[in-house]
Write a protein that binds this ligand. Structure first.
Ligand SMILES: *Cc1c(COP(=O)(O)O)cnc(C)c1O
Length: 391
């Protein structure tokens, strides 16, 4: 980065650039990478770095199995493939999410049915769920958006009533809990990302969590063509989504730091909310009392009555050195889902359901800088600039 970065290491000086997200790694991660290198581990297949990362993460989430893979997108693809859902079936997906959630359905020949958001958390609106379930529905993919968990107790009861597979997208929710229980431990499978802007990171990486021995074996098989038996004889159209050992070495350390990282994320959110409380036209994130919100990102909405639009606020902050980002484009508006159809499929890859709340969030929502490296001075700087523009 060319300009000085305002974070806990450098403080604010001269030209300020506060990145929307910045990974923070320490000597522990550095040491783990060097150890793995010295053991001669590069590919994850041999050696112990991947196995240890999987074990420590399974223990953290509270599940029997965690299967490492190369990204969150790969985790989602693997999970949907492992579920073995018949082509052409429908999958309910949070309307506001990373496109990879829906693409996991798409690449497996399934049709995405977007579920609109609840205004409070941005998560899929559970009141809408049953009205969208048809005889073609086979699965639900809830996304724990921004780090606020979906009420999985309620969602699980609905899924059980209709015999649906549940695949949680936990890419933003490492450490988030519902009534004390970790996201990623409720569904048939949970899919995590360890991309550099996530709560826990190893640069590039993913993990699928499950309590089901059969699914775990299937996930491993699909992720690594080297597991064919006899060797080189394949009965399944798998992938290669293996994770490298050096990535896994970083990931293992990050999991050990998870609780302190989550604690810092939550402190940053409290600091933002205290300073921004009462800012006219700005809706701040909230957390339900049954939830531990991990604030992957501090997500705000610029209301219609605000002094400026969301885009003007973003531009104003950018001019003052503060980087922000919009929310996701809703699945109901994704050209790739509207225009494309999987070759195996006769019909469209999306059911055209209106998603007015998610559409509105796409126009009005944005994240403020949310790295764990933010210090109080930087938070003061950011919130002063926000108030300067909006008040
Ligand atoms: C980041 C993200 C993904 C994709 O993870 P990658 O590791 O970047 O492939 C999927 N879903 C959600 C909700 C995400 O935020």
């Amino acid at each position: 980065m060319a300009t000085p970065v305002a974070n806990s290491r450098t403080g604010i000086a001269g030209d300020v650039t506060v990145p929307v997200s910045e990974p923070v790694l320490g000597v522990e991660e550095e040491g783990a990478v060097i150890d793995a290198l010295r053991r001669g581990e590069l590919s994850g297949t041999f050696g112990r770095a991947v196995r240890e990362f999987e074990q420590v993460f399974a223990d953290y989430v509270g599940v029997r199995h965690a299967v490492a893979c190369s990204s969150g997108s790969a985790a989602l693809l693997l999970a949907v493939a492992a579920a073995g859902i018949e082509s052409g079936s429908h999958v309910l997906v949070s309307a506001s999410t990373h496109v990879s959630t829906a693409l996991a359905a798409f690449h497996n020949g399934l049709v995405t049915v977007p579920v609109d958001s609840e205004p409070e958390t941005g998560n899929l609106d559970l009141d809408l769920l049953e009205s969208l379930i048809t005889p073609a529905t086979r699965a639900i993919m809830p996304v724990h958006l921004w780090g606020h968990p979906v009420d999985m107790d309620r969602l699980g009861a609905i899924a059980a009533r209709h015999g649906l597979v549940v695949i949680e997208d936990c890419a933003e929710s490492h450490g988030a809990t519902v009534r004390g229980r970790m996201t990623g431990s409720f569904g048939d499978m949970g899919c995590f990302s360890f991309y550099s802007n996530k709560v826990l990171t190893c640069g590039e990486g993913g993990m699928v969590t499950t309590d089901d021995d059969r699914l775990a074996a299937r996930l491993r098989h699909l992720a690594d063509p080297g597991l064919a038996s006899p060797r080189f004889v394949h009965r399944e159209p798998g992938f290669n989504f293996r994770l490298g050992a050096l990535q896994a070495a970083i990931g293992g350390v990050q999991v050990q730091k998870a609780e302190s990282i989550v604690e810092r994320k939550r402190e940053i959110a409290v600091a933002y909310s205290e300073r921004l409380h009462g800012t006219p036209g700005l809706r701040l994130p909230l957390a339900h009392e049954w939830a531990r919100h991990v604030y992957w990102a501090y997500a705000v909405i610029v209301d219609e009555g605000a002094a400026v639009t969301r885009d003007e606020l973003m531009a104003g902050l950018r001019a003052r050195g503060v980087e922000t980002r919009t929310f996701f484009c809703p699945m109901s508006k994704q050209p790739v889902l509207l225009d494309e159809r999987p070759a195996r499929l006769g019909g469209p890859s999306l059911v055209d359901v209106p998603t007015p709340v998610a559409d509105d969030m796409w126009v009005r929502g944005m994240y403020l800088p949310s790295s764990v490296g933010l210090n109080e001075r930087t938070i003061d700087y950011v919130t002063d600039r926000v108030r300067e523009i909006l008040c």
